[in-house]
Design a protein around this ligand. Structure first.
Ligand SMILES: Cc1cc2nc3c(=O)[nH]c(=O)nc-3n(C[C@H](O)[C@H](O)[C@H](O)COP(=O)(O)OP(=O)(O)OC[C@H]3O[C@@H](n4cnc5c(N)ncnc54)[C@H](O)[C@@H]3O)c2cc1C
Length: 462
């Protein structure tokens, strides 16, 4: 029998138009699945800082939609050399270790330009801006199988499945982990504030690290550091802090990330947990170069020269939050799930967070592609069951790898910031520790992951 042709095609609601949401959208587009992105901002927005995408992320982009990878490669900064180098930034200035990143591997670029370029591939009708999700409710009439989305402006929309790509302070995560809600919100609720993001919400912990992010003009960077250091990815390690630098904007800018252990004491006796909260109302707070200069004042001349490139004024400092201490128990329930930072926010130290969101997007696009191929396929309940199973398969395949990345990122930061100085300064030991973690991120069999989900889903399909 030919597959049933549906007059009610599968429709996916994507909450959040960051890296994860946009990659998912383009993956669904490549599979002819109908979707809408609901984004609370007035446009696609990313900050003007750098980001690097690791080789696993590139493979996932290619499998999601070759146009994603093509756009990325067009804008990615060429590597000076295909190595990631770790330097003793505190005393000797010597190379601790270097890792080959592969030909044109782990390239950096500007976040805002990647997102803008990907967004051009999305039809304007598939995005609704200024839509902040507040609630999701189950269908209330037997003739409807659609979930209803409620936005803070009082409007609603429907979809067969809801994917929360809504970042660190995810509303979808809150809904996923609370008991099912059947009643829509009351009208005339107070309007949301401009930025409703509280500094600390459920499942997030301040890692007791904050960072400064800046872009220095390349001529100044070359004058301060020399051409090799300004055009290749480097990290400078030492006690309680580290610096990451790599070129972006077609070698016009040097991206600088300065990660500093908060000098305020942790209020917990277990060094693995960090209870002292971030003392600011939002996860960014006005910062000043002075703080970075102070943190690196005893470091060697190269490290201080990098800090010298930070702007004199107008710099925010970012509290670094993760979900290492309070992981969510699952990523999916019913026909709602979370992906990217909403599911497994990690620190930036392995440069892997956004890549994990791209991998999540690939699995979701693959399983939803199968559901879409089936059409309505009979009773409405069949699609509902298949969607629930699809999200369970997503959860099964993604949970352990992404949870590992969250933990491994914390461990990597300890290595970079010399929690155990003997290991961190020993080329062989540091090299072994760091290679194991990066290779586990980079070497992941992305295509094997897709095969696994398809086998699991087809085996379980109603
Ligand atoms: C300093 C730093 C450096 C990093 N460097 C790297 C790197 O080099 N490589 C790497 O792979 N990763 C890196 N990361 C991690 C990476 O930035 C994140 O993992 C990634 O940006 C998460 O993308 P996302 O789309 O899941 O979430 P987000 O980028 O947070 O996007 C969420 C979107 O959802 C929207 N939203 C939120 N709530 C709602 C709502 N209720 N309704 C509608 N819309 C909503 C938001 O406006 C936003 O647009 C770094 C992180 C930091 C902090």
């Amino acid at each position: 029998m030919p597959p049933a042709v549906s007059d009610d095609p599968l429709h996916v609601a994507i909450i959040g138009g960051g890296v994860t949401g946009v990659n998912l959208a383009l993956g669904l587009q490549a599979r002819n699945i109908s979707y809408t992105i609901y984004e609370r901002s007035t446009g696609f927005r990313e900050i003007g800082a750098g980001i690097g995408f690791s080789p696993n992320a590139e493979r996932a982009m290619a499998a999601l939609n070759p146009d994603i990878l093509a756009s990325f490669k067009r804008l990615a900064n060429p590597n000076g050399e295909d190595y990631f180098r770790w330097i003793d930034g505190y005393e000797t200035g010597h190379l601790i270790f270097q890792l080959h990143v592969g030909k044109d591997g782990f390239q950096g670029g500007l976040r805002s330009t990647f997102l803008e370029e990907w967004a051009k591939l999305i039809p304007p009708t598939a995005v609704h801006f200024s839509k902040q999700l507040e609630n999701i409710t189950e269908p209330t009439t037997p003739d409807s199988s659609k979930l209803r989305l409620h936005f803070t402006d009082g409007t609603t929309a429907t979809a067969d499945v809801v994917i929360g790509c809504d970042g660190l302070h995810s509303r979808v995560r809150q809904l996923l982990l609370s008991p099912p809600v059947t009643n829509p919100p009351q009208p005339n609720q107070p309007p949301p504030s401009d930025d409703p993001t509280p500094a600390v919400t459920d499942h997030l912990t301040y890692t007791h690290k904050f960072c400064f992010r800046a872009l220095a003009p390349m001529p100044a960077a070359i004058a301060a550091l020399g051409e090799t250091k300004a055009t290749t990815r480097f990290m400078y390690n030492g006690p309680g802090a580290h610096l990451v630098t790599y070129p972006v904007g077609n070698n016009t800018l040097l991206n600088i990330l300065a990660v500093i252990s908060d000098p305020l004491p942790t209020s917990n006796t277990n060094p693995k947990t960090t209870k002292n909260p971030w003392p600011h109302p939002r996860h960014t707070a006005p910062g000043h170069k002075r703080e970075a200069e102070q943190a690196f004042s005893h470091w060697n001349a190269t490290a201080r020269a990098i800090v010298g490139l930070l702007p004199e004024a107008g710099m925010d400092k970012w509290g670094l939050f993760d979900m290492a201490e309070h992981p969510v128990p699952y990523y999916a329930r019913g026909r709602v799930c979370v992906a990217g930072d909403a599911a497994h926010a990690a620190g930036p130290h392995l440069g892997a967070g956004a890549g994990m969101g791209v991998e999540d997007a690939l699995v979701l696009a693959a399983v939803l592609g199968v559901v879409g191929e089936r059409g309505e396929g009979g009773e409405k309940g069949d699609r509902k069951k298949l969607l629930e199973r699809a999200l369970q398969v997503y959860n099964e395949v993604r949970y352990s790898r992404t949870q590992w990345v969250v933990q491994a990122t914390r461990e990597a930061c300890d290595l970079f910031q010399w929690r155990d100085e003997a290991v961190a300064r020993n080329s062989e030991q540091f090299g072994r520790e760091i290679t194991e973690r990066f290779h586990r991120v980079w070497g992941y069999d992305v295509n094997g992951m897709v095969e696994e989900v398809l086998v699991k889903l087809r085996a379980a399909a109603p």
